[in-house]
Design a protein around this ligand. Structure first.
Ligand code: GTP
Ligand code: MG
Length: 306
């Protein structure tokens, strides 16, 4: 798959920061699109496409209001369609609750879908103490869910705690969000032992119900610990229970054994419905010596557990 078929898109201040970081980690495999009303996000040095939702050079742009950002995104459809025409998969990163991100994300996802892209959103929800922002975010989240194939909800409260533990700044380099975005890009871009492709992903996410996705990385000899650590990720209420579809990719170093692949896959799929459709992939990467990485997409989830 060439790099233009996989597009990482950041919308709004936080979304653009995360997208730039994620793209740095998989530059050769993906393209980048940054969208914001604030010119500070549209970093000329980032190797990608920049779309300003403001029509002046003022630092705040003109898209601080949610409906205005939405209108501007609509008006820019002819421009985005050029970038989207080469893309097959879009990974959209956004912090909801602000003006640009909340106003433009669902409309952009709609445009991506119309162009035939499979669309995965990773959307952060505001801190619990930010009640007005949470109200705005809930509304845009509902729209985003209906316009994307997979919508992963991330809690900023949990993300900030996890980032602090890792010595990172959640606004600039959350670590976890970037790992999730690059995990899915790498899974689909590189050929594996047992190959997964976009058709497999499409088949999983086409199931009725909610979808989510996670990435786990750790010791291949302790899959149970890896699994429970993953369930404590900054996702909003992640649960395997009730999922009817699962795409799972296990990736490890040259030293990875089939026994380890098997026990990792078992730990991550045993909570699934016995009737669930599971598509499995495995891959060896030299850079992962002694470490296993799991990328999983779950679908058919009851909406009220999301
Ligand atoms: N506590 C706190 N939360 C923040 C901060 N910056 C962003 N957030 C949270 O992240 C969400 C998204 O923020 P941004 O990505 O900056 O928003 P935006 O889409 O650029 O929107 P506007 O700048 O308002 O047009 C907000 O709703 C807040 O919940 C911050 O400095 N402190
Ligand atoms: Mg902003």
């Amino acid at each position: 798959m060439d790099s233009q078929s996989l597009l990482i898109c950041g919308i709004g201040g936080i979304g653009c920061n995360w997208a730039k970081n994620a793209h740095k980690k998989c530059k050769d495999l993906s393209d980048l699109l940054l969208i914001d009303g604030d010119s500070r996000s549209l970093d000329e040095s980032a190797e990608g496409h920049l779309l300003s939702l403001g029509d002046s050079n003022s630092i705040d742009g003109c898209a601080a209001l949610t409906p205005l950002a939405n209108q501007r995104m609509l008006a820019n459809a002819p421009l985005t369609s050029k970038v989207l025409s080469d893309a097959e998969l879009v990974v959209l990163l956004v912090g909801l609750g602000g003006g640009s991100g909340s106003g433009a994300a669902a409309e952009f996802a709609r445009q991506a879908r119309r162009s035939g892209c499979l669309t995965i959103a990773i959307a952060a929800l505001p801190f619990e103490c930010q009640s007005l922002r949470r109200k705005i975010a809930q509304k845009s989240l509902q729209e985003l869910r209906s316009t994307t194939d997979v919508c992963v909800q991330v809690s900023l409260d949990r993300l900030a705690i996890r980032s602090r533990e890792r010595g990172l700044d959640w606004q600039k380099d959350s670590g976890w969000v970037e790992d999730l975005a690059t995990g899915v890009i790498q899974t689909l871009a590189k050929v594996g032992l047992i190959n997964l492709d976009l058709m497999d992903l499409r088949s999983i996410v086409s199931r009725t119900g909610g979808s989510t996705m996670f990435v786990a990385q750790g010791n291949p000899d302790n899959p149970e610990e890896l699994f429970s650590k993953t369930m404590k990720s900054p996702l909003e209420g992640v649960s395997m229970a009730g999922a009817t579809g699962c795409l799972i990719q296990v990736e490890g170093g040259l030293d990875l054994t089939l026994g380890q692949v098997d026990s990792v896959a078992e730990a991550f799929t045993k909570g699934l419905d016995s009737e669930a459709q599971v598509i499995f992939g495995a891959r060896v990467s030299e850079e992962l010596e002694g470490i296993v990485r799991v990328v999983a997409v779950l679908s058919g989830l009851p909406i009220n557990t999301l």
